[in-house]
Design a protein around this ligand. Structure first.
Ligand SMILES: [Zn+2]
Ligand SMILES: [Zn+2]
Length: 160
């Protein structure tokens, strides 16, 4: 369960990072709206045009310290880059500069949290050479008539 205290810690980190960006660029960035609607393995998503950042409440709760140090500035940096430079490469040189020079954090693009509690149910399928674990979404695709081929042996996957 995501606590109020954790949400406040996220807000404090955002405020600190925004203050750094405001001081560096000598302007006032518009703080993004925050919500906690991300599900699955993604830690956070930045919606640039809506000026909104969404975080994953489960990964935040399970990895509070690293999440606040890494994911919060990572997503905020996308928002800041968009306000400062417009639409550019998502993890390009502007974003890296925002992370490292302005916010003072390593420009990492992937989190390494344990996602075992957020991966959904998996479905075992077999081809001619191995067993595959399909996500609910792909499994639904198969039920709806989609066919998936094994990349290695090219045989169609069949439910075990
Ligand atoms: Zn990113
Ligand atoms: Zn195969």
């Amino acid at each position: 369960m995501l606590t109020r205290e954790l949400k406040m810690q996220v807000q404090r980190q955002l405020k600190r990072d925004l203050a750094k960006a405001n001081a560096y660029f000598q302007k006032t960035f518009t703080p993004p709206k925050i919500n906690y609607a991300v599900r699955g393995q993604k830690a956070g998503v930045a919606y640039l045009q809506q000026n909104e950042v969404r975080f994953n409440p489960v990964l935040l709760t399970e990895n509070a310290a690293e999440f606040i140090q890494q994911v919060v500035p990572h997503e905020l940096a996308h928002i800041l880059v968009y306000q400062q430079f417009g639409r550019v490469q998502p993890h390009g040189k502007e974003w890296q500069m925002m992370m490292e020079t302005v916010l003072g954090v390593p420009a990492e693009t992937y989190h390494c949290f344990d996602v075992s509690s957020v991966v959904g149910k998996q479905y075992a399928y077999r081809c001619a050479c191995q067993t595959h674990q399909l996500t609910q979404r792909r499994h639904n695709g198969v039920l709806a008539g989609k066919r998936y081929l094994c990349r290695r042996c090219k045989a169609p996957l069949q439910a075990v």
